[in-house]
Design a protein around this ligand. Structure first.
Ligand code: AMP
Length: 290
């Protein structure tokens, strides 16, 4: 069959599951990109990677209520279905999964997945219940889209750790592929939430990326992680970012850095009402430097 230029939009999980299993039964490799819509070039990079690796690609668009806290932005989260569909047309995307909330959370639902370990600190501490909402919806989406591989962005680094942990712990038959963060020319990580930024805040938002560059230079110079965290925080505050965390930790466990292991610098902060996160890798070095 020729690659479909126009994706088929499906809202029923069972219908999509049958279609994906039928394609795999014919020997086609299927890739899956879960999203909350308001698509941008970061999402498109995941779709392109999936299309390069796979014969067919499924993209889900679902603003998942259970990963938002009661005072977070669920109701005002950007929803742009027409432009999302336009972005997904003309490529290798075969299915767009756009479920209704009831398709994902049936009336009376009361089952949640809770991940410990990598879900505990940072975002997990500041956003109680967030990763449980993420794990629950991702598992549910994996049931609807029984793909060979699922593609996630390193932009949400802690989320990738949580999903990988869940996949391992539950023995879910899917490969998790983590793709690099796509950035604006000035370094700001692309995010659906960037649309909230007022013009002045948009300029200051480059401090997120700059603070990670500060961290990388100090890391290369052999500074201790606690000193690097202070430098990152200082840079963010000097640009008016209200810092939620600025952390240098082991890339896999998010615990203290270990000599010879890859580390990660992660930041979260607020500009006005907009909450931003970002991170970057720090290569293994011999001096752990807590
Ligand atoms: P979201 O729609 O924000 O839930 O994101 C859906 C997927 O796109 C997640 O795996 C994100 O990590 C990924 N993603 C979001 N922003 C970017 C970006 N700037 N670069 C790469 N991947 C991204």
């Amino acid at each position: 069959m020729a690659d479909a230029a126009e994706p088929t939009v499906i809202s029923g999980p069972q219908e999509l599951r049958a279609a994906v299993l039928a394609a795999r039964g014919r020997g086609r490799r299927v890739g899956f990109v879960p999203t909350m819509g308001a698509l941008h070039a970061g999402h498109v990079s995941l779709v392109e990677r999936a299309a390069a690796d796979c014969d067919d690609v499924a993209v889900s668009i679902f603003v998942n209520p259970t990963q938002f806290g009661p005072h977070e932005d669920f109701t005002r989260y950007p929803r742009t279905p027409e432009s999302d569909l336009a972005l997904l047309t003309g490529g290798r995307v075969r299915w767009v999964f756009a479920p209704h909330a009831d398709d994902i959370y049936p009336p009376g639902w009361c089952t949640r997945i809770t991940v410990d370990g990598p879900a505990r600190g940072l975002e997990g501490e500041l956003r109680p219940g967030h990763f449980s909402g993420v794990a629950t919806v991702v598992c549910r989406l994996f049931m609807a889209v029984p793909a060979d591989a699922a593609y996630f962005g390193a932009k949400d680094w802690q989320q990738t750790l949580v999903v990988r942990r869940m996949v391992r712990d539950l023995g879910l038959p899917i490969e998790v592929v983590v793709c690099p963060t796509v950035r604006e020319p000035d370094g700001l990580a692309m995010s659906s939430r960037n649309a909230y930024l007022a013009p002045g805040d948009r300029q200051r938002a480059t401090a997120m990326w700059e603070s990670l560059e500060v961290a990388a230079r100090a890391w290369d110079a052999g500074q201790a992680s606690s000193a690097i965290e202070r430098l990152m925080r200082g840079h963010l505050e000097s640009r008016g970012v209200v810092v939620e965390y600025a952390a240098v930790v082991d890339a896999e466990s998010l615990d203290a850095v270990r000599p010879g292991a890859e580390a990660r610098a992660l930041v979260a902060g607020r500009l006005g009402a907009t909450r931003l996160i970002d991170n970057r890798p720090l290569p293994p070095r011999q001096a752990g430097g807590g």
